[in-house]
Structures are given as structure tokens and as C-alpha cells.
Design a protein around this ligand. Structure first.
Ligand code: ZN
Length: 356
């Protein structure tokens, strides 16, 4: 049996025993104060997010159940409040925040009523360009072509490869040779391995040819200014998530500063200073940002920044690299509880990472 398999088995044994025996409440009392941040994108609302992949969605019922369980034990905060409270040591209790990335319209139609029902708090990280110019990033045109546009990954690979030229045609074809996972592999090439401008131009041309309308798509999936204001006024924290949602580590330091700082100033201008406290790195994996990004985030004036690496955050955590738990419909409650109560942290201290 491989090492990874053993670790996954241990994760199940540890988290299920903590959860099912109720031992997690004791562990919560015995371990240091924690700030656990949940992360997702969309609450299922077919009118908004039918085109988006399932790992970006969670149903309202499921999310509500998770929040109710955690809310009985921990104090709900926004990301900005949570980090300030950890720094100030102003409470004994451990904290939980819910965060949603990008600024999808279901955060207004479905998340907002759910927060009102449960008393939970949330932070929504907004890309600024959909808000200011009603433009969407390339990935949404890509998803749209495969769903509403009815294109097959193989067709799309041929068309995009032809437009982008060089050896990209062959690489795109190789990515879609096996039907299983083809759309995901093609997207990965488009995300990391191609020139962003050439990719955006190629995707936009194909999107128009397939009958897409960027403003219609943006109006359907992203919140507009009025919706963002309503969310803010209802107590949702809004945070920064750059202008165009690029992989920041693939940009020059100057372009990174522009993406981070311009995104912040555009949203602060529209929605107020409280929008400039918390930041989420687009995609959020270690290789998606670098030390130039961290410097740019700090220089722009953000107090904290979140990644998409699993974990919980203790008082000594790096505020520019806060860990989060990614949520989708398949996220088990016992994993969340094992992290939020400090159970996984105990194993981490022993040198065993059970979270990922
Ligand atoms: Zn994002």
C-alpha cells in the first residue's frame, strides 16, 4: 500500500473517530485558539451557475448543515474580523469564517438568505473587472463553450490550437486524446502554459463564433454593483481578488502590482475602505503566487491574504498565507470538524499532515 493511501486512511480514522465519539469537543478545549476559514465559490443556483464545474459548487442545504454544526461550537466572523481578533487575543473561543471567491451572483441570490437564516458570517472576494467593466475572465468563456455552446473538448482544442499557433496545436490535441478529464487537462494548459494575451484573444474569438455574449454571461454569473452593495450592507465582508484573475506567479512583478493594487483601488472606490482589508490569491496554490505577489498585497494595504491550502490558523500564522478548507458538495463534515477542533493540528505538530 502506498504512503499516500495510508495517510488518507489515517485521515478517515482520525476524523471519523473525533466526530462520531464527540471527542472533538474535548480536543477543541485542549488545543490553542484557532481561526478556521472555509472556502468555496458558488451556492447551487441553476439560473446562475449551471455552466460552472461541480467542484465550484455546494448546495444551500449542505452548506447550511455544515454551518449549523460549526456555529454551535465556534464564533462566526469574517476573514478580516477573524484575523484582527486572533492578533488582539480578544476572545477565548476559536473562530470560523466562510469565504467565497470571485463574486458570483448566487452569493447574492442564495448565500445571503442562508447567512441570514444561520447567523453565519462571510467574506466574498471580488474580481474587480466584472464589477467595473462587465467583463469575464477566459475560464468562463471556456466553460460556457463546453456547456451552453455545445462544443466538445476535442473541437475546442483544435480551434484554439490553430489560433494560438506554434506547438500549442499539438499540445492541446495531446491533452484531449483521452476523453476522461479532457476538459480539465486542456484548461490546465490554457492556465499555466500559454501566453495570456494570445489565449484570451483566441478564446474570445471562439466564444463569439459560438454565439456567446460577454455582457450576458457577466450579468448572469457575476454580481453587479448594486448586489455587491446590498451584500456589504447586510454584513458580508467584501475583499480583493485582483482585476482579471490571472495566475499571478506567471506575471512580471510590475504586472502583479497592477493586478493587485488596481483591483483594490477600483473596488474601494465603488464600495468603501472596508473592501480593502482581506485578499485572496487567484487559484491560491503555492505555485500560483510568489514573494513579489506577497509584497504587492502588503504594499496595496491588505492586512491578510488567504491561499487554497488546507489547514487552520493559529495566532502565529503568517497573515499573508492563511490556510483555508475548500468546500464542495463532497466535503465531509468530519474533515471540517477535525480541522476546526484542532485535531489535525495536533498531528501536524507531530509531523503528520492529514489535511492534504
Ligand atoms: Zn478565484
Amino acid at each position: 500500500m502506498g504512503k499516500h493511501k495510508i495517510k488518507m486512511m489515517m485521515r478517515e480514522v482520525v476524523s471519523r473517530s473525533l466526530w462520531h465519539t464527540g471527542l472533538w469537543r474535548l480536543v477543541d478545549r485542549l488545543t490553542p485558539r484557532r481561526f478556521t476559514i472555509l472556502a468555496g465559490h458558488c451556492v447551487v443556483d441553476p439560473a446562475v451557475n449551471a455552466d460552472l464545474p461541480s467542484d465550484m459548487k455546494i448546495t444551500g442545504e449542505r452548506l447550511e448543515m455544515l454551518l449549523r454544526v460549526l456555529g454551535r461550537r465556534f464564533r462566526f466572523v469574517t476573514v478580516g474580523e477573524g484575523w484582527r481578533s486572533m492578533r488582539a487575543e480578544d476572545d477565548e473561543r476559536s473562530l470560523v469564517a466562510l469565504s467565497m471567491d470571485d463574486g458570483y451572483r448566487d452569493n447574492h441570490t442564495a448565500l445571503l438568505p442562508l447567512l441570514e437564516r444561520t447567523g453565519a458570517r462571510a467574506t466574498v472576494f471580488l474580481e474587480s473587472r466584472p464589477l467595473t467593466h462587465r467583463r469575464v475572465n477566459w475560464s468562463h468563456k471556456y466553460f460556457w463553450m463546453l456547456q451552453a455552446g455545445g462544443l466538445q473538448p476535442t473541437d475546442l482544442a483544435t480551434r484554439l490550437g490553430d489560433r494560438m499557433g506554434g506547438d500549442l496545436g499539438e499540445r492541446c490535441q495531446a491533452a484531449v486524446a483521452q476523453p476522461e478529464g479532457a476538459a480539465y487537462r486542456l484548461k490546465r494548459i490554457l492556465k499555466y502554459d500559454v501566453d495570456a494575451l494570445a489565449r484570451d484573444a483566441a478564446i474570445h474569438a471562439e466564444f463569439l463564433e459560438a454565439g456567446g455574449s460577454e455582457s450576458d454571461l457577466c450579468n448572469r454569473i457575476y454580481v453587479d454593483l448594486e448586489e455587491a452593495q446590498t451584500m456589504r450592507d447586510a454584513g458580508i465582508e467584501l475583499g480583493g481578488h485582483t482585476v482579471r484573475h490571472e495566475v499571478l506567479s506567471t506575471l512580471s512583478p510590475t504586472e502583479q502590482v497592477r493586478e493587485v493594487a488596481d483591483g483594490r483601488s477600483a473596488t474601494v472606490e465603488l464600495l468603501g475602505d472596508e473592501v480593502g482589508v482581506s485578499f485572496a490569491y487567484p487559484f491560491g496554490r503555492r505555485w500560483d503566487f510568489d514573494e513579489h505577489t506577497v509584497a504587492a498585497v502588503r504594499a496595496a494595504g491588505f492586512e491578510s491574504a488567504v491561499t487554497t491550502h488546507a489547514g487552520t490558523n493559529l495566532r502565529g500564522a503568517d497573515p499573508m498565507r492563511l490556510a483555508r478548507w475548500m468546500l464542495d458538495e463532497t466535503t465531509p463534515i468530519h474533515h471540517l470538524v477535525a480541522e476546526a477542533c484542532g485535531g489535525f493540528w495536533l498531528f501536524r505538530k507531530l509531523g503528520l499532515e492529514l489535511a492534504e
